[in-house]
Design a protein around this ligand. Structure first.
Ligand code: SAH
Ligand code: SF4
Length: 360
């Protein structure tokens, strides 16, 4: 049997074409295309059998030619703070996570772009496991579809924001990321400004994102304000040194109205010295960037600790003194291991804001 084409991995335009061809071969009216697209993208029908305004033989024909390839749910964990983690099983058995994070008037979904990650950051649990494989565009976007259906069914309301802060480095999987962004934005109608791509600093990817006409948000995982220190935390620094990454951020910024966030994980005695706060303040000010301070979430294989609340406050005070918009992020979902660092940031409320840049 030939492999059925997965509708969930197609951009709306591709889906329209594929369905158009299918229905025209079957001498069906053109409006069938829009009917199916509504079932797929708005109603989030789990299968073709559910598409009740189509004749039975058309549902069967669709099932023979196409799939709606959603990941299977391997586990759901709910945190006492409302955070919900899904563990998804992909077709070949790989497991990836996504996390729903309720906030003030919003529901943020944190999704994965790869199974594992090849970037090897020394503070990240995902990095220690290495890259297993890239996800397809369909596998990325289907995390949204399955989570949205789950959230609605549980009475938690619709997803308002999507952040690429789960497993993997999204800009190392651009072949799937870019169509997935289109599917989320034009297919499922998630506003571009409500989608944040978080990267460890892959310069060509940042430049490619800057060329997109939509105003997707970018978060740079910075973690150190100078190259020497950053190299010890983020091995990619050797390939794309900070100066080059900052150049790419400027290009992104110049592409118009695209807000940048700097993510800074605070590790006790490693990157939380006042000197580093001052350097970070200068950089953020210069880039007009918003800063998220994230207490390090301890992982196996490393005996680092998060910075103490006093040190975090002192660090934050220096940024505030510099007039930089910033927030201290509280870890969410600790009790279900959802806060393994990948998951919070943009999503969370309760931080402080100085300069109008504000966390929305
Ligand atoms: N690869 C991308 C996106 C996934 S990681 C990136 O690095 O940006 C998402 C966020 O989780 C990053 O900001 C990363 O630095 C952070 N993170 C990873 N491990 C962490 C840990 N142990 N404690 C706190 N934050 C962590
Ligand atoms: Fe990969 Fe991001 Fe973890 Fe670094 S922090 S290893 S880029 S997932």
């Amino acid at each position: 049997m030939t492999k059925r084409a997965d509708l969930l991995g197609m951009t709306p335009e591709e889906m329209e074409k594929a369905l158009g061809r299918h229905f025209s071969h079957r001498d069906q009216p053109r409006y069938r295309v829009a009917q199916v697209q509504r079932w797929v993208l708005e109603t989030l029908a789990p299968d073709f059998g559910a598409m009740t305004n189509l004749p039975g033989e058309e549902r069967d024909a669709l099932t023979k030619s196409f799939s709606l390839n959603e990941p299977g749910c391997a586990m759901v964990s709910r945190s006492s703070d409302g955070t919900v983690k899904h563990l998804w099983r992909l077709e070949d058995g790989e497991l990836v996570e996504s996390v729903l994070i309720p906030g003030k008037g919003r529901m943020t979904l944190c999704i994965s772009s790869q199974a594992g990650c090849g970037m090897g950051c020394t503070f990240c649990a995902t990095g220690f496991g290495g890259l297993r494989r890239n996800l397809t565009a369909g596998e990325i976007a289907a995390q949204y579809r399955a989570s949205q259906r789950w959230s609605m069914a549980e009475g938690l309301g619709p997803i308002s924001n999507v952040v690429f802060m789960g497993m993997g480095e999204p800009l190392a999987n651009r072949k799937a990321l870019f169509p997935a962004l289109t599917i989320l934005n034009r297919g499922y109608d998630v506003g571009a400004r409500r989608i944040t791509v978080s990267t460890v600093g892959l310069v060509p990817g940042i430049l490619e994102l800057a060329r997109r006409p939509e105003q997707f948000r970018l978060a740079l995982s910075l973690h150190a304000p100078d190259s020497e220190l950053r190299r010890t935390l983020v091995p990619l620094e050797d390939r794309y040194p900070l100066a080059e990454v900052v150049g790419a951020l400027r290009t992104f910024d110049a592409a118009g109205g695209k807000r940048i966030t700097l993510e800074y994980t605070l590790i006790h005695g490693v990157n939380d010295h006042p000197v580093q706060a001052r350097k970070l303040g200068d950089l953020a000010w210069d880039l007009k960037a918003f800063v998220n301070l994230i207490p390090f979430n301890p992982i196996p294989y490393q005996d680092w600790r998060p910075s103490s609340p006093e040190r975090i406050q002192a660090f934050a005070a220096i940024l505030e003194g510099r007039g930089v918009g910033m927030a201290i992020r509280e870890p969410r979902g600790r009790d279900i291991d959802a806060a393994c660092g990948q998951l919070r940031a943009e999503a969370l409320s309760g931080g402080r804001t100085v300069r109008g840049a504000g966390a929305e």
